[in-house]
Design a binder for this molecule. Sequence first.
Ligand code: PLP
Length: 436
Amino acid sequence: MTSNTPVSDQLFDRARSLMPGGVNSPVRAFGSVGGTPKFMVSAKGAYLTDADGKEYVDLVCSWGPALLGHAHPAVLDAVHAAVDRGLSFGASTPDEANLAAIVKDRVSAVERLRMVSTGTEATMTAVRLARGFTGRNLIIKFAGCYHGHLDGLLAAAGSGVATLALPGSAGVTEATAAETLVLPYNDLAAVEAAFAAHGQNIAAVITEAAPANMGVVTPGEGFNAGLSRITREHGALLILDEVLTGFRTGYAGYWGLTGRQEGWAPDLLTFGKVIGGGMPTAALGGRADVMDYLAPVGPVYQAGTLSGNPVAMAAGVATLSNATPEVYAYVDARSLELSAALSAALDAAGVDHSIQRAGNLFSVAFGTSAHGVHNYDDAQRQESFRYAPFFHSMLDSGVYLPPSVFEAWFLSAAHDDAAMNRIFDALPAAAKAAAG
Ligand code: PLP
């Protein structure tokens, strides 16, 4: 595939000689869409600028964190001020509790919070904590849900694992894999059956609050509530992974949009992405009695040199303080506008598709209009070959989409009319490219 971005080409050649696949996170390598990944040098508002000086409207938003748009002035000011006070102290700082208080205030299911550095660390710790608290070993996860790259949860993981068409990961021992039961998403009967067979040994069910790593999948009516009921009945915990959805799909995350009104609460939640506003911060939180099983109060060990890093805390506090209900209403409206325009362009080009939606997150699944996408099998059965030409047409028109059909599209409060119009203008040609 020819490229009109020679500087990115050169940078990629160099990177490949220095790093596996030239990247530090697999999906960035454009493996499933082909071509050379663009190397970005700056980001502002709704736009990214690559090393060749080409500007793109960004629909990746750093894979979620940039809810306010890139380089939001209030976040940059807070970060600059924090940097001036020093980068890391190896001791507690006031902003750790400030951020924890904001999270607790917004998400009432959080009674205690522990800051970590990545979403992977948050889910890894939640799983260890669930095992420590219950004294049981088995974890249930759902095929197509991605919870980070901890060994035990890589089986049938979505995201990059799905993009690379891997069944799981080499390097995960059979003993570790055997402690994870992988069930089809949206299938409560399968969960009931697993608990009937292994209930005494199941420590937790972990689920994305709304899956967004096999493309977006809407949790069926009562599915998450059912998981809460079943885990409770069997003395297991429910871990709701809100790393991606938390503070993005709504003021109190996806649980705040749904579960809170339905009258159930998860035992543990994990957060990442928006909570750090683009800096490496994530967290786990939940019931005080469970969280207090963590060291130094309880017997489950967890620690981190850079946990609660002061610069990251400043970014998180500034981001959440500016993520008002108005911001969510704006992003929700933009998301509806864009998904409608996308659907209309695909219809006009005669491309069968469905739009998969959960709150303001959405993705497109080709060739699925008859049944939609309810689980990983549905997601994998789609006509995914249509995505690469669609993606490259958008890229050529200056719109940066996730380089995989299995990822959600992300909008921000900075996607104004000018940015949206650039996307709308690009859609018809991309839809024709997808038609083939
Ligand atoms: N959980 C979910 C739902 C995610 O989407 C991700 C990352 O995309 C993670 C966990 C892992 O987070 P991180 O990439 O920060 O380790």
